[in-house]
Design a protein around this ligand. Structure first.
Ligand code: HEM
Length: 582
């Protein structure tokens, strides 16, 4: 449908424009960037089509889009939604550093702007008021769009990609699994799972001390998530089994897909013919077999209980404290095998690399900031010493929790959230401009941009964990409620509420991360155990000649590290480690 339209419309509309304004000065920002306006109409129609699967785009829609585009071009706007257009290079999305480019566009165009990659376009939102609207107030108007399509082969209908109907049933059943008694028990498990990491670092110290810490953190996070979610021992810190390789391969493919604009995996016979897809499918089978096995075993020993009873369990006496056990035992829970597997797979993917990324960046920032490192160590020495930390210790180590929070502000992983508009919606202006989001529009919510915007975070690029203890208001953005430390007083970490949606490492609103507390507890335990025992310095021999301050998230970074966003190309956090003298 769209191709002939593109060809036919090109000449006619350019002619039509010329006759209306024969020597018109260029008024549309899209024209100013060399994008012909008919493309915008095609994009807008393409959105509507995507938002309407199975339904034909009506003639009235086509007429409306073209009329509106012509009006808006002459009214000085660029596209149907009234947003300026930015033109992207496809390579920007393929190399995993797209969010750095998105920040530059935000400085040029504000929020929102429309980013066009060849035939595809995304509305990019970089404003807390608009984020609050989309994530919380008008959440029902949006779904996971492109993300759900990409993740479906791996996570099926797990919570992250789930459509709103599946999501509302599953979320209600999974939330109780993260109850307080379980989280407290998990803290002990985190300490236990960190012991092999300590031993492995000790061995490396004896061999000269060179270590790639991102890989180590990935391994410990995998061991933790395997044990806590389905009581499975990956043992990845000490070994690399075929199952561990299969997990990494599935993660790599998920990453790759999330940055590949063309869904080549959907092409006929691609799964049989493309070697990387054949490997991916084989790895996914290994993983699914393991999960299916664990699920059948858990179901064979099912002992049904009410949620209230399950939440009161004495975990010290429970054989299998895993989340799988809880979900299987819950009375009235939907325990369809496929759904359980999708949920477990989702936890595995969601809870592994994200935590590994925050650990990696925290160590990176602390190594760069010795004064912060000293403060962290003073706290760990005073509160925990050589013990394994408890839940109460973590509550007492406020500075270390703030270090984790500040790391998540500077390096949110994921750096953007993806949505698709289900019903036409109007965005408030906030600190940007009002816009109409048309049905089917794909959206990037650029967390990285919001987290590093000086209108919401003074000295935004500075690593300053104590910023979360200071209130902040900005009268220039009256719709934004500011940052209020009192609003997170009884929580583990600052929240989206305390920052009125300017701090969103775990998202916000109804689809907020379900594992946020789990992740912070895990990060604090791991950092406190590692930093108590070891000293780290950057491995100079691995550095490139690119200035450290230039591109903190760039591929050419001196330590070659990025967030887990592209595991397959990462070069890791190369360090020299030695035992700490206490
Ligand atoms: C530092 C670690 C983590 C970060 C930064 C993080 C970040 C996020 C973000 C930003 C979202 C919202 C996605 C969206 O709105 O599109 C999310 C959702 C989710 N996360 Fe996490 N996450 C982390 C750890 C975990 C852990 C440990 C688990 C599970 C054990 C987990 C499970 C989930 C699930 C199931 C969702 C989907 C929730 C829903 O849609 O209802 N995450 N996470």
């Amino acid at each position: 449908f769209l191709n002939p339209l593109q060809h036919a419309s090109r000449g006619r509309f350019e002619q039509a424009l010329a006759s209306v304004k024969p020597d018109a000065g260029v008024t549309s920002s899209s024209d100013a960037q060399g994008l012909p306006f008919w493309w915008e109409a095609v994009w807008d129609l393409d959105m509507m089509k995507a938002g309407n699967p199975g339904e034909k785009v009506k003639f009235s829609d086509i007429a409306r889009v073209f009329k509106s585009n012509i009006e808006q071009i002459y009214g000085g706007y660029a596209s149907l939604d009234g947003c300026p257009l930015a033109e992207g290079e496809l390579t920007d999305i393929a190399d995993g550093t797209m969010f750095v480019g998105l920040q530059q566009y935000m400085r040029d165009y504000g929020s929102p702007y429309k980013l066009c990659f060849g035939p595809k376009s995304f509305l990019v939102i970089s404003d807390p008021v608009q984020a609050r609207h989309m994530l919380r107030d008008a959440n029902a108007n949006y779904d996971k769009g492109v993300l759900a399509e990409i993740l479906e082969p791996i996570m099926g209908k797990g919570l992250i990609p789930a459509d709103p109907e599946t999501w509302s049933v599953r979320r209600r059943q999974i939330v109780p699994a993260f109850h307080k008694a379980w989280l407290k028990y998990m803290v002990g498990l985190f300490g236990f799972c960190n012991q092999p990491l300590i031993e492995s670092l000790d061995k490396l110290v004896k061999k000269g001390g060179k270590v790639e810490m991102e890989e180590k953190f990935c391994s410990v996070a995998l061991d933790i998530i395997g044990k806590s979610v389905f009581n499975y021992e990956f043992g990845s810190v000490t070994d690399e089994s075929p199952v561990v390789r299969a997990v990494y391969s599935a993660l790599v493919e998920a990453e790759h897909r999330s940055m590949t604009p063309a869904p080549y995996w959907d092409l006929p016979f691609a799964n049989q013919l493309v070697p990387r897809l054949r490997k991916f499918n084989a790895d996914l089978k290994i993983l699914n077999d393991v999960l299916d096995n664990l699920i059948s075993r858990a179901k064979q020993t099912r002992s049904v209980e009410d949620i209230e009873e399950l939440e009161k369990r004495n975990y010290a006496e429970v054989d299998d404290p895993s989340m799988l056990r809880f979900l299987v035992d819950m009375r009235g829970a939907d325990i369809d095998n496929k759904q359980l597997r999708d949920d477990l797979m989702t936890m595995l993917v969601a809870g592994h690399e994200t935590t590994a990324a925050v650990l990696t960046w925290a160590l990176f920032e602390l190594t760069k900031n010795p004064a912060c490192m000293d403060k962290v160590r003073e706290e760990i020495d005073r509160v925990v010493g050589d013990r394994e930390p408890t839940y109460d210790d973590i509550m007492e180590m406020k500075y270390l929790r703030l270090v984790v929070a500040e790391t998540l502000r500077l390096y949110p992983q994921p750096p953007l959230l993806i949505r698709r508009c289900r019903t036409e919606d109007n965005l408030p202006n906030g600190g940007g401009r009002e816009a109409t989001v048309i049905r089917g529009m794909d959206i990037f919510l650029a967390l990285y941009n919001i987290h590093r915007d000086e209108r919401f975070w003074p000295n935004p690029d500075e690593f300053d964990p104590m910023r979360f203890t200071r209130p902040y208001q900005n009268p220039d953005v009256p719709e934004w409620g500011g940052f209020d430390p009192k609003k997170w007083e009884n929580k583990l970490c600052p929240t989206e509420i305390a920052s009125d949606f300017a701090y969103l490492p775990f998202g916000g609103g109804q689809r907020k991360c379900i594992g946020d507390e789990f992740a912070v507890l895990e990060a604090v335990v791991t950092l406190s155990m590692v930093l108590r025992r070891f000293e780290f310095a950057f491995d100079e021999s691995k550095m490139t000649n690119v200035d450290i301050a230039d591109h903190p998230m760039n591929l050419e970074h001196p330590v070659g590290m990025r967030t887990g966003a592209t595991i397959h190309t990462r070069r890791g956090l190369n360090m020299v480690v030695k035992r700490r003298e206490i």
